[in-house]
Design a protein around this ligand. Structure first.
Ligand code: 16G
Length: 241
C-alpha cells in the first residue's frame, strides 16, 4: 500500500489503498478496518499520518467511526441520475432494490394559502397531506411529504400510498404526468428526520422540493423529499451548447 519513495504523501497513499480495497470488494460495507495502531506498525509510519488518511475518508463518507468500537466501511451510495421524471418506486426497481413505504401521516386537510397557490386551487379546498418513509430493501432512504388536491385525484387510500402514487395517478386516474421543476439543497436533519432515517444527530440531508404538473399544465403535487446524504448522490449530465 505504501511506497516511501513516491512523491505522493503517505496519507494519500493510505487513502488510495483503502479506497481501492473498498472498490474491489476486499473491504465490504460494515467491515472493520485495521486500527490506527495496526496501520502505523504495519507501515512503520506515525499514527498521525494514519489518522489523517482515515479522517479524510470519514469526511468523504466512505468510512464511519463508532465510538469505542472502531472504524467501518460505509454502505455504497445510491447514484441517482437527475434526468427523467420518475417515482421512487420506479427508481428503486430500476436499481434492483425492493421499494416500500412506511406511512407516517395521511390526512385530508383544508389547503393553506401557500399550498392552495402552489396547487392552483382555492384556499381551504381539500388536499391530501401524506408523509411516508421511503425504503429500499427495508432501509430508510428518504422522508417525503406530498400535497395533492383531493378533488383532482380522487379515492386515494392508505393502501394505495403503501404502493406507488404515480402508478395510481396514471393507471387508475388515467391522468398524464407531464413535467416537474425541482430544487436540491443541503440541510441538516431535524430531530424527526434523524429518528426516522436512522442517522446520527446533525447529519446532512439532501432536500429535494418538487412541483409536478400534468401534461395539460395542472399542478399535480408539491413534494418535500429529505434524502439521506450518506446513502444518496445525484448525478446530472450537462452539455455545453
Ligand atoms: C418521488 C418524487 C415524488 C413523488 C414520488 C412518487 C422525488 C424527489 N420525488 O419520490 O415527487 O411523489 O416519487 O413515488 O423524486 P411513488 O409513485 O413510488 O409513490
Amino acid at each position: 500500500m505504501i511506497d516511501k519513495n513516491s512523491p505522493l504523501p503517505i496519507y494519500t497513499q493510505i487513502e488510495d489503498g483503502i479506497r481501492s480495497q473498498i472498490e474491489n470488494g476486499e473491504l465490504k460495507p460494515h467491515d472493520a478496518i485495521p486500527s490506527e495502531r495496526e496501520y502505523a506498525t504495519q507501515f512503520q509510519i506515525s499514527r498521525m499520518t494514519v489518522r489523517q488518511a482515515i479522517t479524510n475518508l470519514v469526511n468523504e463518507g466512505l468510512l464511519y467511526r463508532e465510538k469505542g468500537r472502531g472504524t467501518f466501511v460505509s454502505e455504497q451510495k445510491i447514484e441517482q441520475q437527475l434526468v427523467g421524471l420518475t417515482s421512487f418506486t420506479e427508481d428503486m426497481k430500476a436499481r434492483g432494490f425492493t421499494p416500500s413505504s412506511r406511512l407516517l401521516h395521511f390526512e385530508i386537510i383544508p389547503a393553506t394559502a401557500k399550498i392552495a397557490s402552489q396547487l392552483s386551487i382555492q384556499v381551504h379546498h381539500p388536499v391530501y397531506e401524506i408523509t411516508r418513509i421511503r425504503l429500499a430493501d427495508g432501509i430508510p432512504m428518504a422522508i417525503e411529504t406530498v400535497y395533492m388536491s383531493a378533488n383532482l385525484i380522487k379515492g386515494v387510500t392508505e393502501a394505495i400510498i403503501q404502493q406507488s402514487l404515480y402508478n395510481y395517478v396514471e393507471q387508475q386516474s388515467e391522468l398524464k404526468i407531464g413535467h416537474a421543476t425541482q430544487t436540491l439543497e443541503a440541510i441538516v436533519a431535524t430531530e424527526n428526520e434523524t429518528e426516522h432515517l436512522q442517522v446520527a444527530k446533525g447529519s446532512p440531508i439532501l432536500l429535494i422540493q418538487r412541483y409536478t404538473y400534468l401534461e395539460d399544465g395542472t399542478p399535480l403535487e408539491v413534494v418535500r423529499s429529505a434524502y439521506r446524504a450518506d446513502r444518496y448522490k445525484f448525478t446530472v449530465s450537462i452539455n455545453r451548447t
